[in-house]
Design a protein. Structure first.
Length: 249
């Protein structure tokens, strides 16, 4: 249960807007569903997402536990690059989800792995067996999957220590003038679409007047994201890049 008392600075904010700020890990759509389903009380009464707030309003939020999902084996073809007794390397195609989750209960990489492998590391739990790292649905690339807990822990430590290198080729819109460089900007949930992540520009630390980012950054969580790039080829309106991830974001 989360409880909030509305400060004066949030007066006239919508209820869903206020909770999107305070509950940074939840999307605005998820928050609207919680309000509509009666899990949010405004002054001990049910309300609606668009309700405007007043100073000293009391808000309570109950976040129900997610329903347990159990991945089941499915005979889905896998592009296996390497396999031994400890691990398996898969070339995940674009369009495939890594593991089951809300809205994706079948057809994932985990479903395919469970049909192919007799055993997978149990550290990731029932819906992420053997999964050490993940790729977004529309991203293709190599994924290393652990078959036992020792390998899982070892690979996780390599990722944490950054001794395991992750590199990609990406086709970017526009012409990048620099031959190589580093992007070092924080990433957080988009202020416009809570389902998406966005890059936040670093504010001028010498500025005496808080800009929009500085105000928003006190309300939204951001994490460091460092990416190194090198130009491989330039085309008419696109640039082919060799990308090395330092943080994995």
């Amino acid at each position: 249960m989360e409880n909030f008392i509305v400060a004066k600075e949030y007066e006239n904010y919508r209820l869903d807007q206020f909770l999107t700020i305070k509950l940074g890990d939840l999307t605005r759509a998820r928050i609207k569903n919680l309000i509509n389903d009666g899990f949010v009380k405004l002054n001990n009464k049910s309300s609606k997402p668009s309700q405007e707030l007043k100073e000293n309003d009391e808000i309570s939020v109950e976040i129900p536990l997610p329903q347990e999902i159990e991945a089941k084996p499915e005979e889905i073809p896998l592009d296996i690059v390497y396999e031994d007794d400890d691990l398996i390397v898969i070339n995940k195609p674009a369009g495939m989800v890594t593991h089951p989750g809300a809205g994706n209960y079948k057809g994932t990489l985990v479903n395919a792995l469970l049909a192919h492998c007799k055993n997978l590391s149990g550290i990731g739990g029932k819906i992420r067996p053997g999964i050490v790292h993940r790729l977004d649905k529309e991203t293709s690339g190599l994924m290393v999957v652990a078959k036992n807990d020792f390998t899982h822990l070892s690979l996780s430590m390599q990722l944490k220590d950054r001794t395991l290198v992750k590199k990609y080729h990406a086709l970017a819109h526009g012409i990048i003038k620099e031959d190589e460089g580093t992007i070092d900007l924080p990433i957080g949930r988009s202020l416009r679409d809570r389902k998406k992540m966005a890059v936040f520009k670093i504010p001028n630390p010498k500025s005496q007047i808080p800009n929009k980012f500085q105000i928003q950054n006190t309300k939204y969580k951001t994490r460091s994201a460092i990416t190194h790039f090198r130009v491989l080829q330039r085309y008419d309106d696109k640039t082919l890049l060799d990308i090395k991830l330092e943080t994995g974001r």
